[in-house]
Write a protein that binds this ligand. Sequence first.
Ligand code: GDP
Ligand code: MG
Length: 691
Amino acid sequence: MDHIRMEPIRNVAIVSNVGAGKTSLSEAILFAGGAVPILGSIAQGSTVSDFEPEELHHRSSVSTSVLQFSWNQTTISLLDPPGALSLLGEPLSALRAVDAAVRTELSRLWARIGDLGLPCLFFVNGLDRESASIEHALEICRAQLNCVPVPMVIPVGLGSQMEGVIDIFEDRLIRSGPSTAKVEILPVPAHLESAAKERRTRLMEAVAETDDTLLDTYVAQGDLNHDMLLSGLRSGILRRQVFPLYAGSAVRNLGVWSLMGAMAALLPSPGERCAANPLHGVHPQTGLPGERKGSVQEPFSAFVFKTLIDPFVGRLSYCRLLSGTVQADTLVWNASKQVREKLGHFYTLFGKRRTPVGSASAGDIVAIGKLHDTHTGDTLCDEKSQICYPAIGLPRPVLSFAIEAKSKAEIEKVSLGLHKLIEEDPTLAFSRNAETKEMVLSSLGQLHIDLALEKLHRKFGADVILHTPKIPYHETVHATARAQGKYKKQTGGHGQYGDCWLEVAPLPRGGGFTFEHRVVGGAIPRNFIPAVEKGVSEAMHEGVLGGFPVVDVRVAVYDGSYHVVDSSEMSFKIAGSMAFKKAMETAQPVLLEPMMTVEVEAPTDAVGAVMGDLNARRGRILSVNANDHAEQITALVPLAELLKYAPALNGMTGGRGSYVMEFARYEEVPRELAAKIVEQHKTERHAVGAH
Ligand SMILES: Nc1nc2c(ncn2[C@@H]2O[C@H](COP(=O)(O)OP(=O)(O)O)[C@@H](O)[C@H]2O)c(=O)[nH]1
Ligand SMILES: [Mg+2]
């Protein structure tokens, strides 16, 4: 039989939009669970979870914290990722390490939670403010998530007067507050009895509907006893048929006890979740499907969901053990990279505090030190029994900036530091553009870039200046034209003589460059033809319009003349360049710009604004597809119009929109615009030249 671990372990990620109170709720859970003596606060920078300097500075989470502690014999690993849209990679990765999620507000992660089949509890936070209410949260769940959660509590007292909640399942009043972790458990007050009864009926109905036997009992008896309700609720949650909704206030420690109770009593252990929902992967060499049921008896496998580069310990890989047991300092197989890895020390985590442990088993989350080639998203496994789990599926970076090291001496430091940052955060990208020669840093948004530069400064002592990246324009021609290039110099003694006639003609888009030799009768000796071609291709580096590379042209040399003594390769090369420039000028030169295929996801109410804006950006809408609560718009848009798209889309959609883009092809720039670009480029080149 499979040995599913029976110990009560709970791995839970808290996900939501930024500012909904995830970190505060984590802190309240630690406080209510006795893991910290005082309720930490965001304002005072005293939370366990937000400890990185950037988090303290921004008063907001930047990186997923792992908070491992023990409560009521349950080992809880709480993951607190940031909520900002441009840090989406963190919660997406964190969800791969857990068996359930708690949501404090609506956010973009609902679809991913569903794809992963994760059970989910809701927590409506901020009830100490009168603006928040359970009814409003339920309405949003219905409208935006197509989900009808079951309320599990009734708040007692309004807004700042709130003193606790009625726990529907326990049928008790739970009073609590921020000054002590202790709760008072009291009978339901008489004036709330009927409201509590009504909620309890709704809960029973929701549970009964998930199972025929339960439904029969409920219909026959009009009630479900405690044990039936508990087990029905547990399996309904596990199968994602029931989504319990809790509520309270993180900063005032209200409703937190009930949520914790639900985490321990209602959410599945890793073993239960894997038994219901086995983990699928593939054998990395054969490509055949593989599966783990999450038992400790199976061969070892683990998934790396986060990497941290610590200035002192070096690389730390945060792993979720999915099957088997493994000791620190053993050899394992990285199935994603196909290399052997020696595991370093193992640690459990509590914010920034690390505690060494000797081994880990299926269901555990540990940080492992000193891995060489392992990155976020990799699978580690037993070499003799290989499996590779799917990658995380992270958004690709969309907002790019050209970066310049503050000083020459720092170029190395910048490049090294950025490579380390990208290891920690695979949603960042760093490249060198071969055409514009710029170092380009790409991210998911402005905040993401700002944070990366802050970290670069703090961790690697390197500073950079940001510039809007240059657009890699190209030039080509519309018509066929001919011109002569004649280079003749008589400077006493040995002279220079090269003379050629060229024809320049357009090629289709993407045609590149072809060169033809059509000279007859030895007007130009054969051995000088390659020099002509070389002159042409060098001249193509800088077109006649704005000095951009020339593409998609066919050039033919068809006539010329030479001098027995003065002709040389050098003089024919120069003649080739001159002829090309002259011919290009009369061949109707045009500017080409890169076009991107952009896929925008926007909530239905913002689709009109998003499409109008794409049109204003010279975009062409290719398709519009409706999902449940959002629409996906695909458009072809010039890259030049997308440089500041991320903040614009955020503004139009209230942070609920997102987009990805990739290069499609080059297209002609409209004439009036081309003139402006050329003018601007000339001014810039002058400025650089005058330097
Ligand atoms: N009044 C009130 N403020 C809250 C509550 N929870 C969080 N906050 C405040 O909301 C802000 C954002 O909280 P934080 O925990 O950082 O949110 P996160 O981005 O989801 O982690 C902070 O200033 C908190 O003090 C709550 O229940 N009531
Ligand atoms: Mg936070």
